[in-house]
Design a protein around this ligand. Structure first.
Ligand code: SF4
Length: 337
């Protein structure tokens, strides 16, 4: 059963134009941050969103939670269309839909003690009958994320980066949400802390039966965390599959390039690894390329790719892929030869 379902979501941000310092009111151009994506996340699943910066993954995460509104499309949560819910109804629903941001320092109020920061959510959603009951819940949660309960009275600047991110996790999970968006939640941590927190998220997901949207540019972490992975490029999905599909037999040329760039701990394996480096830079999302958006950088580009957008279709091994190599019979033969 799906917990989250997005249908044909688009988000176009108007580009503000100016002459000198005068801002013009008319905006004729749009950044097409997300341009027609549909996917669902099953209850209990972790769905990874990967892609380079500018692929639209962070915008997608915020749209799911309605932290930003889509230009078009439908968002369903727990079987209910929440696209047009009013702010009161959304506030109630926020208990079930939480987010862990990338930068814990920015996510925490520097003037608020840790205990008060976590208690804020309990107060809003009326969890715990008394203040002492709420404090007990907070201390238990601090211990569950492997922190000392006496951090309750400390301020964010007194903690390390890893401790602050554990606080952000505790603040999100103390509300017992059904669904969590983790947006580059481990990106600002050093390698050893990152692996500890990855392990913690895996444990908490199991214990609390959580459903995750796990947004990252670090494909190596999705291997351990995600059941399925969607690869985004310039606001669209190019491939969606299990981590075995994506890691062990990537099909889309862009996915192959991303996987080939994952560093290997063994320098000999890294040296022998065949790297696929896409040509050039990611194109401007204000004016994305015609046809397949990846065509100016793709080593397998064909004439059809320049004019016809490849649809996202199911492959025989049950993944979704948007590439003419797999929809054009002649092209498949060309690739095989
Ligand atoms: Fe490359 Fe064409 Fe496939 Fe796009 S559709 S990824 S340009 S082969």
């Amino acid at each position: 059963m799906s917990l989250v379902r997005l249908q044909d979501i688009r988000k176009y941000f108007p580009v503000k134009r100016s002459i000198g310092e005068v801002l013009l009111r008319t905006s004729q151009s749009f950044v097409k941050a997300v341009d027609g994506i549909s996917f669902e996340i099953k209850a209990g699943e972790t769905f990874g969103l990967v892609g380079e910066s500018g692929s639209g993954k962070t915008t997608t995460g915020r749209i799911v939670l309605r932290l930003i509104e889509p230009t078009e499309g439908t968002i369903e949560f727990d079987g209910k269309d929440i696209t047009k819910l009013g702010s009161d109804e959304m506030r109630k629903l926020r208990k079930d839909m939480q987010i862990i941001f990338q930068d814990p320092m920015a996510a925490l109020n520097p003037y608020m003690k840790i205990g008060d920061a976590i208690k804020h959510g309990l107060d809003i959603h009326n969890i715990g009958n008394t203040q002492s009951e709420r404090k007990k819940l907070i201390c238990e949660m601090l211990e569950r994320v492997n922190l000392q309960a006496d951090l309750y009275d400390r301020y964010p600047h007194e903690l390390s980066g890893g401790q602050r991110q554990r606080i952000v996790i505790a603040r999100a999970l103390i509300l017992r949400p059904k669904f969590v968006v983790a947006d580059e939640a481990l990106a600002m941590l050093d390698v050893s802390v990152r692996s500890q927190l990855l392990q913690l998220l895996i444990e908490l997901k199991k214990e609390m039966n959580l459903t995750f949207l796990f947004i990252t540019h670090d494909l190596a972490t999705t291997k351990y965390m995600c059941n399925r992975i969607g690869v985004m490029y310039l606001g669209k999905f190019v491939e969606i599959g299990t981590y075995q599909h994506i890691y062990e037999s990537p099909m889309h040329p862009y996915t192959k390039a991303l996987i080939s760039a994952i560093p290997e701990p063994d320098p000999k394996i890294m040296e022998s690894k065949k790297r696929l480096i896409p040509e050039g830079e990611v194109p401007n999302p204000i004016n994305p390329p015609s046809g397949c958006r990846f065509h100016p950088r793709c080593p397998y580009v064909m004439d059809v790719c320049k004019n016809v957008e490849p649809p996202l279709v199911k492959s025989p091994d049950d993944r979704l892929i948007a590439c003419h190599l797999y929809t054009e019979k002649s092209a498949v033969q060309q690739q095989d030869s």
